[in-house]
Every structure is written in structure tokens, then in C-alpha cells.
Design a protein around this ligand. Structure first.
Ligand SMILES: NC(=O)c1ccc[n+]([C@@H]2O[C@H](COP(=O)([O-])OP(=O)(O)OC[C@H]3O[C@@H](n4cnc5c(N)ncnc54)[C@H](O)[C@@H]3O)[C@@H](O)[C@H]2O)c1
Length: 373
């Protein structure tokens, strides 16, 4: 199979879908790789590494899209890329269809085979191609929170670690999933007092067993959040209700309970945010102030650390990419239920219910569709 890797063109997207090591791996299985000039440069992987690995460098994205049997990307195709998608061409990337009717319509119209990273799903319901990005965002939330607590950055001038003779900072982490745990571990490692909130008692029990002593587990309720807010220097929002908008756990009138210059990092902003006053920001202008509380709400946090994010992402996408390339998409999907969950649109037919429901489009169950191909 000929696999094509275009350079990402969405603003602030510096990741690349394939590493030089991935090229070697795919070539071992008999596949050829074409990659756009400078596609890996922002992640720290220059063209010569790809050439040495056996890939061919191509000057334009158009040529890659025109030739490749399978396109590997990171972000969803954007408008400029819509006319390049072809009938029968496999596109393996993050799509987030429910967020864009135009993208969904363009993919349906193209007749391509859209396998979405974000819906590849294991039998326990976990989403293996989302986990590394949540790990990155959680760890970054700790780092960004600590940074924006500095006075010059707009925060209240607290060092989370404290020093001998001066108490450390207090951190509230809302949600004890992948983002929350990663955030809590890092701030706890700095020496802060951490309070991690969840609505799953089973999850809290587990966290209580494995987390260090400076992390206290809290059952999440309006009362328990209000009780602790006045003590907090940093609040990290990390809740998720799958398939739904994030619940607003901190309403605007609760900000007055917080100290002036306290910082909120709402990682859940990509699902609407769990803080009522959160609105999406960018790496260019990451923060804004509401009622004396500094808000950081960057919707694509992993984009700031492309080296780590690219390696983390490709570590988990590669095994699936190899299966698709070796078997072809039909056989690969029929033989692997995790990949079957990843199929969203094929031959102009929407086979993922949530995507069809988001825009009231026609839906064909994937099993019915697969029986016809
Ligand atoms: N901004 C970014 O760049 C970025 C990057 C990665 C992930 N995210 C987002 O971060 C959020 C968290 O992702 P995750 O991977 O940790 O999800 P997860 O499913 O692993 O964890 C979510 C946790 O929230 C808990 N929860 C649900 N309702 C709650 C409530 N009312 N109070 C407290 N806890 C509650 C759940 O029990 C679960 O443990 C998601 O919205 C995800 O899309 C954002």
C-alpha cells in the first residue's frame, strides 16, 4: 500500500502522523511511504531522517493526496483539504465529526474511508488513541497552572512547592480520570496539597490506594467544591461525561469564593468546559481574567509540546495503521472490533450513530454496511 503523510496545516498544529521509525516499520511490511516536505520539522524530525528511513519526500500536499491509498494525519481535514479527499481513499486521523457539519458533508461527498482516531474503542469502553493526549494535557495543566500563578503572569504569586518555613499551594482537581490523575501526580510531585474530586466512589477508592499522601480524594458535589474553593490557589478542570457537554461544576457566582489571582486551568474546554466562565483560548493568548480569577482554557494543549505529543500519539496509532495497511480496510475492520468502532464514514455512508445523530443525517449500522462490502 502507498501511505501518504501530508504536513499539518491547521493553525498551531505542529505534530506529524508518522515518525521515521514508523516508516521503517511500515516498509518492513512491504509498504511505501510518501511524506510532504518538512512535515516532521516542527516536531523535531527533519526530512533527512525520513529519507534515511526509506520514505520519499514530496513537495506538495496535492500530490500526496492524489497518489496515496491511505492518508495518515493528526488533525481533521480543513476546508482547503476537502477537495483533495478521494473516493475509496483511507483517511486515518482525528476527525471529531460531531463538531463540524461541513466536514461531515465533505467526507460523505468524497466517498473516502474515514477511520477516526477518537472513536477507536477497546472492549472495556476505553479510547486508546485519546489517552496519550489526555496524559499530555493533564501533565501540562500542572505546569501551566504553576506558571500562571506567578505574579508577572497574572497569578497571585504563589510557588506551589512552598519552601522550608512557607506552606505549599493548594490545588483542586475536578475529575479523577486520565487528565485529572496526570495533573494531580505532577502538582503533588511539586509538593502542593492536592484535592482530587470524582463522582465515582470506586475510582476515589482506587486513587486513595495508589496516590501519594499529599493527594486527598473528595466526592464531587456542589457543597464539597464550595467548601474547599476559598483555600485553593489552582483549580484544574478535568471532568468528562462521554458524549455529553461537560457539567458546569463552578458557576460564575462561585468565583467570588476564590482568592484574587487564583488560577483556573479548564482542560475540559474541548467539551464546553466545566467552569461556567471558561471560553476556548489559544496558545497565543492563553489566559483572561474574570472576577479576579485568571482563566487558562487552551483547547489543544498537546500542540504546545509537539515532540512529546507526536511520539505519544504515533506509539498508539502505529499498530492500527499496520493492520489497515497489511489487510486493507475491509478485512482489518472485519477482524478487529476496536478498528470497527473507528469507522465513521465509508463510501459516502455514515456508519457511526453519534455522527449521524449530531446532524440528523441518515445512519447505517456498521455491521449492516460491512455485510455489503
Ligand atoms: N484541552 C485539551 O487540550 C485536552 C486534551 C486532552 C483531553 N481533554 C479533555 O479533558 C477532559 C477529561 O478527559 P479524560 O481523558 O481525563 O477523561 P476520563 O473519562 O478519563 O475522566 C473523566 C473523569 O471525570 C469524572 N467525572 C464525571 N463527572 C464528574 C463530576 N460531576 N465531578 C467530578 N468528576 C466527574 C469521571 O468519573 C471520570 O473519572 C475531556 O473533556 C477531554 O476531552 C482536553
Amino acid at each position: 500500500m502507498l501511505i501518504g503523510v501530508p504536513k499539518e496545516i491547521k493553525k498551531h498544529e505542529n505534530r506529524v502522523a508518522l515518525l521515521p521509525g514508523g516508516v521503517v516499520e511500515l516498509k518492513k511490511h512491504g509498504h511505501n511511504i510518501i511524506i510532504e516536505k518538512d512535515a516532521g520539522i516542527s516536531s523535531g524530525f527533519p526530512d533527512e531522517l525520513y529519507v534515511n528511513a526509506g520514505a520519499e519526500i514530496i513537495d506538495t500536499a496535492e500530490e500526496i493526496w492524489a497518489k496515496a491509498d491511505m492518508i495518515m494525519k493528526v488533525k481533521e481535514p480543513i476546508e482547503k483539504e476537502y477537495p483533495l479527499m478521494r473516493k475509496g481513499q483511507i483517511i486515518f486521523t482525528y476527525f471529531h465529526f460531531a463538531a463540524s457539519q461541513e466536514l461531515t458533508e465533505a467526507v460523505v461527498k468524497s466517498g473516502c474511508i474515514a477511520i477516526a482516531y477518537e472513536t477507536v474503542e477497546k472492549s472495556d469502553g476505553s479510547l486508546p488513541l485519546l489517552v496519550p493526549m489526555s496524559e499530555v494535557a493533564g501533565r501540562m495543566a500542572a505546569q501551566e497552572g504553576a506558571k500562571f500563578l506567578e505574579k508577572v503572569m497574572g497569578g497571585r504569586g504563589v510557588l506551589l512547592a512552598g519552601i522550608p518555613g512557607v506552606k505549599p499551594g493548594n490545588v483542586m482537581v475536578l475529575g479523577g480520570g486520565v487528565v485529572g490523575v496526570n495533573a494531580a501526580k505532577i502538582v503533588a510531585g511539586m509538593g502542593a496539597n492536592v484535592y482530587i474530586y470524582d463522582i465515582s466512589v470506586q475510582r476515589l477508592r482506587y486513587l486513595d490506594d495508589v496516590m501519594p499522601k499529599n493527594i486527598t480524594t473528595m466526592f464531587s458535589s456542589h457543597a464539597s467544591i464550595c467548601e474547599m474553593l476559598p483555600l485553593m490557589d489552582l483549580v484544574i478542570g478535568a471532568v468528562l461525561i462521554p458524549g455529553a457537554k461537560a457539567p458546569k461544576l463552578i458557576k460564575r457566582d462561585m468565583l467570588k469564593l476564590m482568592k484574587p489571582g487564583a488560577v483556573i486551568v479548564d482542560v475540559a474546554i474541548d467539551q464546553g468546559g466545566c467552569i461556567e466562565t471558561a471560553k476556548p483560548t489559544t496558545h497565543d493568548e492563553p489566559t483572561y481574567m474574570v472576577d479576579g480569577v485568571l482563566h487558562y482554557c487552551v483547547a489543544n494543549m498537546p500542540g504546545a509540546v509537539p515532540y512529546t505529543s507526536t511520539i505519544g500519539l504515533t506509539n498508539v496509532t502505529m499498530p492500527y495503521a499496520i493492520q489497515i495497511a497489511n489487510k486493507g480496510w475491509v478485512k482489518a475492520i472485519k477482524e478487529n472490533r476496536e478498528l470497527e468502532r473507528g469507522l465513521n464514514v465509508a463510501n459516502g455512508i455514515i456508519v457511526y450513530k453519534d455522527v449521524a445523530d449530531a446532524f440528523d443525517f441518515e445512519y447505517t449500522p456498521v455491521t449492516k454496511f460491512l455485510a455489503s462490502v
